[in-house]
Design a protein around this ligand. Structure first.
Ligand SMILES: [Fe+2]
Ligand SMILES: [Fe+2]
Length: 221
């Protein structure tokens, strides 16, 4: 049986993953053409990451799911400790990223433009790699463990909490107040030809992203 809370977690992972990959691709395209990115769109994309994955998704895992899995083995507790540290680090990292984007935007008409672009792109790459690795651990180690050890009462509690408090863009039609945000993000991605994966992720039709076999490591830029 697939539990609602696991469906929500996986859909939210697909959305975050599609968004991170899309921002990276968008930046690469603008660098290749020597053009400035659409700062309003980039700001909207980072706002999405800050507003939902950072403020809704990760706290749900740290506060509701992980405590139910603790105390079963030293190894699993160590993995959960690392994932909790990642969640705390992510909150600081998104602030740093938003500041770097503001710096790039504000200074883009000056001699500092390329230095600011380099700084923002480097932080963005680190943030994306960091969360993709984090979600891979959750999907290959933590979610399968939860499926094998949690009882019906624990699932009922988790399912209720995860369904009540979910990303308003992930896996279904965007909630009304967030439709303009969704349109801004999709319009920006049309320009770099990567709109498909984000749409699939947001509408819940994207394929599962993580398997037990880790993907090849990306070469360092
Ligand atoms: Fe997480
Ligand atoms: Fe997660």
């Amino acid at each position: 049986m697939t539990h609602s809370s696991l469906i929500v977690i996986r859909q939210e992972h697909r959305c975050l993953s599609a968004m991170l990959r899309s921002i990276t691709l968008l930046l690469r395209e603008h660098r290749r053409h020597g053009t400035l990115p659409d700062f309003d769109a980039l700001q909207a994309m980072l706002f999405y990451v800050d507003e939902f994955p950072e403020k809704l998704h990760h706290p749900k895992e740290s506060l509701l799911l992980f405590p139910k899995l603790r105390g079963r083995s030293v190894r699993i507790d160590a993995v959960l400790d690392q994932l909790d540290r990642d969640h705390a680090h992510g909150e600081c990292a998104i602030r740093e990223l938003e500041h770097a984007l503001l710096g790039f935007r504000t200074m883009s008409g000056t001699v500092q433009c390329e230095m600011r672009r380099d700084n923002f792109e480097q932080l963005m790459r680190h943030y994306a790699d960091f969360y993709l690795a984090h979600m891979r651990i959750e999907e290959t180690q933590i979610l399968p463990l939860a499926e094998s050890v949690l009882n019906a009462d624990e699932w009922a509690e988790l399912d209720a909490a995860f369904l009540m408090n979910r990303d308003p863009l992930a896996g279904h039609e965007a909630d009304e107040p967030y439709k303009p945000l969704f349109r801004t993000i999709v319009a920006a991605l049309h320009g770099c030809g990567n709109v498909g994966s984000v749409l699939e992720a947001f509408t819940g039709t994207a394929l599962p992203m993580f398997s037990d076999t880790p993907p090849p490591r990306r070469p360092r830029p």
